[in-house]
Design a protein around this ligand. Sequence first.
Ligand code: GLU
Length: 497
Amino acid sequence: MPVRTRLAPSPTGDPHLGSAYAALFNRAFAKRNGGQFILRIEDTDRTRNSVESEAAIFDALRWLGLDWDEGPDVGGDKGPYRQSERTAIYKEYIAKLISVGGAFHCFCSKERLDELRRDQMQRGATPKYDGKCLALDSGEIDERIARGDSHVIRLGVPDKGECRFVDGVRGEITIPWSQVDMQVLIKSDGFPTYHFASTVDDHLMGISHIFRGEEWISSFPKHQLIYRYFGWDMPLHYHLPLLRNPDQSKMSKRRNATSINYYRRCGFLRESLLNYLATMGWSMPEEREKFSMEEFYGEFNPERLSPRGPVFDIEKLSWLNGLYIRELTSEELKERVFDWAFGGNRLDRLLSLVRERSERFDDLFRQADYILGDRIELKEEDFEHRNLELDEIRKILHFVNKSLEELEEWNRDNLYESLNLLSKSMSLKFRDFLGPIFVAVSGRTVTLPLFDSLELLERDVVKMRIRSAIDVLGGISKKESKRLDREWRDLVSTQSS
Ligand code: GLU
């Protein structure tokens, strides 16, 4: 069987470091075995997908040099490679799955399901569907469908026994079927869920090996059932350990820079980022820490993957990046620094901002210091404000980050519009509201035009600077952040209604 691997990102939010991590191992395995690496876009969640996010995934993976042999933009003979373009395929396969008894229609209302869940939680039982609609006969099902009753299609799960499988990284894993939910495979809008679409596609696209994050282990039994009902061979799965912070906690968007773009914008080289990711959960013989991608592809053997949670330490990555910087020839260094700082239209943008405000060329660097480099370290006093208390400032910054996260296209006009709206709904003067943002982003109270600066800095750097400013102001606990998130959500929903 030819080796075919894939990366299957969902185009929501920023291109995730986890996607680069999984892409790296999938691609290395395919290359080493003369196979193909495929990019499939899993865009079945219509409420969360965006075209910008898909474009950003392509761009970030290409920047890293993790290009693909088949995919939405390069084609291939197993396409289409976007799930939203494969709905007819899922319709055909779900009908087959129902006909072999692997799936069933479920007409239960949301109220019933909520009540069931509440009940199970109260009893300390695993919340899951109780199989009520399994008892419906085919006449009744047809009648209800013809009547237009809202329904989903669920996976049939054995009520006894256990699912056993071999994970390429962890060996044998056993999960009792009693812990596995009768997963919704087709939602009431007719769209498939990840579990169904992904399994059907992996089979139809001839995927032989899958390297993906360990958060998917608990989904594996559902996927195994789908393969079994269809009588298909299953690809070999390797669940990669999740990346961790130096304190062993899970690396998460809430606390860390998890977007590839952040590392790119901060001036990390693709070589060091890839090299570092390749040491996460995998080791070179003799535990060598620095190696090229050619060496990695030459050596990559999944037997050296380990389930122990690897620590992603930005200090260590910086050290490695320094080694790579020193290896560049002067010509390469010049080119890459220039491209990073001024590439695309960055230089034009910067000069157009500084020109009106400068008398000497060195004003460029004085005024754009926080755009060209990291901003200065902040102190609480930097945020002192005539009209705002520190608590209010923390809240503004938290809300700003929430709004920035939701912004679809990152550009000056959208930024202006979104923050202006937010300040209005917080009943604050725009000027007052912007003050703390200036400080958080630039370390100063007077800067180049704020919205241009935000655009040039890009989303992830801005978000991280705001987050670190919140920390300077004492931080926000998980509980408080949940409460503020709700408050923000209420504000935003009144805005749009
Ligand atoms: N769409 C899933 C994700 O976004 C893919 C998971 C998998 O690789 O099976 O992570």
